[in-house]
Design a protein around this ligand. Structure first.
Ligand SMILES: CC(C)(COP(=O)(O)OP(=O)(O)OC[C@H]1O[C@@H](n2cnc3c(N)ncnc32)[C@H](O)[C@@H]1OP(=O)(O)O)[C@@H](O)C(=O)NCCC(=O)NCCS
Length: 172
């Protein structure tokens, strides 16, 4: 029987304090530093689920809702939303707060796709299935199939005529 894992098995939480080296000339967190941390947290999560090395295949839109000032504390939570054949989708949520823990707010989110790769050949390898349990996990799991189709279309890996889940977007 095919093996499946829970979301909790690979949930990854990363906390960082924004230091002077992390900021732009306005004294706020530089976007590229945040993207790097999100990639690291999401990559650890994906590797834990896949139990193998992983490569970042794509990142969906990352929005920056608010500036994150020097001295803030960010918490990045990464969870697998769905595993496919050799790839898996990870949702990354970023919450920002003052060092005291006050003024907590959601600042960024993104979906990452990773591909599990063999350590020696670097060829894509199969990943365990995901077994969603909570209502939120089930909702993210359900939507993942549409997000996957859209990103494969944008990456030029499938044609609009091959889309099934999102075909109504392309009908006249
Ligand atoms: C990602 C990578 C391993 C895919 O290799 P590939 O030979 O194109 O593999 P395949 O065509 O067999 O596709 C493998 C899986 O990747 C998925 N995939 C490939 N490109 C993708 C993209 N742009 N977005 C989302 N998924 C993608 C495929 O859908 C497939 O998933 P599935 O097996 O679950 O159906 C390869 O393109 C690679 O090594 N890229 C560079 C990765 C890297 O260096 N990342 C760091 C960037 S700085």
């Amino acid at each position: 029987m095919e093996r499946s894992k829970k979301v909790e098995d690979s949930k990854t939480i990363m906390t960082e304090m924004i230091m002077p080296d992390d900021t732009n000339p306005l004294g706020n967190l530089m976007g590229g530093n945040l993207m790097r941390w999100m990639d690291v947290a999401a990559g650890i999560c994906a590797a834990k689920h896949a139990e193998s090395h992983v490569a970042t295949a794509s990142v969906d839109n990352i929005s920056f809702h608010l500036p994150i000032p020097l001295g803030s504390v960010i918490t990045i939570t990464a969870t697998v939303t769905r595993a496919f054949n050799t790839s898996l989708e990870v949702f990354c949520n970023v919450v920002t707060a003052e060092i005291t823990g006050l003024n907590e707010r959601r600042s960024n989110q993104a979906y990452f796709t990773f591909v599990a790769v063999d350590e020696n050949t670097l060829a894509p390898t199969k990943v365990p299935k995901l077994n969603p349990e909570t209502e939120d996990e089930k909702m993210l799991y359900k939507g993942a199939i549409r997000r996957r189709e859209l990103r494969l279309l944008l990456a030029g890996r499938i044609k609009a005529s091959e889309a099934t889940e999102i075909k109504e977007l392309f009908q006249p």
